[in-house]
Each structure stands twice: as structure tokens, then as C-alpha cells.
Design a protein around this ligand. Structure first.
Ligand SMILES: C[S@@+](CC[C@H](N)C(=O)[O-])C[C@H]1O[C@@H](n2cnc3c(N)ncnc32)[C@H](O)[C@@H]1O
Length: 257
């Protein structure tokens, strides 16, 4: 069912997606030119090398399933290739953070630390909060970040429904949030509500897997329609929300990437 939804959604995306030649908004034009065309110096090569070596690492890690409450095991190789963000979209996270230089970053769903590495490489001085419910992947993530020389990383282990509100209570604002865990409509909208209460005009929220299931697409449609969100950009795998762009009426863009 989800595969059918993803296939239809992808065709629909291709039908609607615009290239740079059809963009009239100066902000979105600059976004396309700098972020989607990868104009920054690429500091992610060390991560690419590590990902290559993980492809052949069959070490098993214990993973907690938050739906059933039971543990199961997955290899590092499969966590890297099937669970972690694909390099093409990891690069977008890196470019976004390099360009906008958020002061703090929250990642909801860290797993073995791949997407958080793209985020941290983009702005080494930002404080990065990595939230994860499974101990073994988070332990691996800490070592990976250490090996990459990443600083200002903070780790929170536990169920998002407890650790996210507890973290938000300690922060005055959130600049950048990457939502990549618990892909249900209810949880996605709940985390969005909690985070938006701490958003400031320059904050950016990025949602992964917006077409992964009908539920996720429904959540994305609700977020797009939210009055507090001024601009959204859909690049199929990721949905981006901006809160205040000068002199721009609310618009939702679909860009070919
Ligand atoms: C898709 S993975 C994250 C991948 C990671 N962002 C990357 O691209 O490298 C989602 C993670 O969220 C965690 N997770 C899911 N539901 C959770 C919950 N309710 N509380 C805590 N962790 C949860 C899972 O253990 C899993 O590691």
C-alpha cells in the first residue's frame, strides 16, 4: 500500500516539479542556485568514505521497535543503506546548514548518526541535539561523530514523547529541526506543534519521508496549510518549511531535485 502511494506520489511530484528556469521568487531562485546546485565547498568527503566502509559491515546492533516495544537486530550495513538518509538528500541538509548557519539544530531520529553528521559538518559551531530511542545506534553515532571530529554534539536517549518536550523546555528558541523518526501523522503533527512554539522567524524545519505513506503526506499537507508557515519547498524526499521570508506571500513550491 505504501509502495503504491510512493509510486503515485513520485509521478505526481515529477508532474508538478519546477526547474530553476520557472522560478520567479528571488528567495527560491537563490535557494535552488546555492543549495540544490551544491555551490558550497563540500566538506562531507570523510563521511562518504565512512559510509562506503559501512556498506560491508555486518555487525549487528540491537534496535528498539517503538511500535511493538520489542527489540530486533539490524546490521550496520542495512542501517547505513536503508535507514539513514541517502547521500543526495544528506547533501541538501549539509548545504542548508552551511548556507543558513542555524545556531542550534535538533534532530528527531538519529539512528547511527549519518544525517546528524551532514548537519554538523555544515555548521560545526551550532549546538546539535541528537534524539534517539535505541541505545546501540546512538552509541555508534557518538563514536562516528567523534571520529569525524564533530564538536558541540549533545545526545538525548529515550522516547521522543518524553525527551523532545523536556529538551524544548530548556531552549528559548529552535533554529533548525530535522524530523526523521516515528513516521505517523499524529506524532509528526505533535512534534511540529511542540517545536513551532519555539520557532523564530528565521527557523527552518525539514521533514523526511513526506511521501513515505498516506499518513505522512496528510501530515505534510496539514503543515503546508498552517498559517504560521510562510513558505514550503517540496523536493519529494524532504519537505522544508520557512517561517518568515521578507515580502513574500504564502507559497508552496515543488522543485525538481
Ligand atoms: C529513520 S531513523 C533516523 C535516521 C537518521 N536521521 C539518518 O538519516 O541517519 C528513525 C530513528 O528514530 C527512532 N525512533 C522512532 N520512533 C521513536 C520514538 N518514539 N522515540 C525515540 N526514537 C524513535 C528509531 O529508533 C530510528 O533510529
Amino acid at each position: 500500500m505504501n509502495i503504491f502511494h510512493r509510486g503515485i506520489s513520485f509521478l505526481h511530484y515529477l508532474w508538478r516539479a519546477k526547474t530553476i528556469y520557472y522560478i520567479h521568487s528571488p528567495f527560491v531562485y537563490t535557494f535552488y542556485k546555492t543549495i540544490l546546485s551544491h555551490q558550497h565547498i563540500d566538506n562531507t568527503k570523510s563521511l562518504a568514505t565512512i559510509r562506503k566502509s559501512l556498506a560491508n559491515d555486518h555487525t549487528l546492533l540491537n534496535i528498539k521497535d517503538f511500535g511493538t516495544g520489542f527489540n530486533h537486530q539490524k546490521t550496520l550495513s542495512s542501517l547505513n543503506s536503508k535507514v539513514a538518509i541517502r547521500p543526495k538528500y544528506g547533501q541538501v541538509l549539509y548545504e542548508l546548514v552551511t548556507h543558513f548557519q542555524p545556531k542550534n539544530i535538533i534532530e528527531i531520529g538519529t539512528s547511527i548518526g549519518i544525517s546528524s553528521s551532514y548537519l554538523a559538518l555544515g555548521n560545526p559551531s551550532a549546538i546539535k541535539y541528537c534524539l534517539e530511542g535505541s541505545e546501540a545506534p546512538l552509541h555508534f553515532a557518538k563514536n562516528l561523530h567523534h571520529d569525524l571530529g564533530l564538536k558541540s554534539m549533545k545526545y538525548k536517549l529515550g522516547n521522543f514523547s518524553e525527551i523532545l518536550p523536556a529538551l524544548l523546555e530548556t531552549l528559548n528558541y529552535v533554529d533548525f529541526v530535522f524530523f526523521d523518526g516515528n513516521h505517523t501523522k499524529e506524532a509528526t503533527l505533535e512534534y511540529f506543534e511542540w517545536c513551532v512554539a519555539k520557532a523564530r522567524p528565521e527557523s527552518i524545519f525539514v521533514f523526511d519521508d513526506i511521501y513515505w505513506s498516506k499518513e505522512m503526506t496528510d501530515a505534510w499537507e496539514t503543515i503546508k496549510a498552517d498559517k504560521r508557515v510562510v513558505l514550503t519547498i517540496d523536493i519529494y524526499q524532504l519537505g522544508l518549511c520557512f517561517f518568515k521570508i521578507d515580502k513574500l506571500a504564502k507559497e508552496n513550491f515543488v522543485l525538481l531535485y
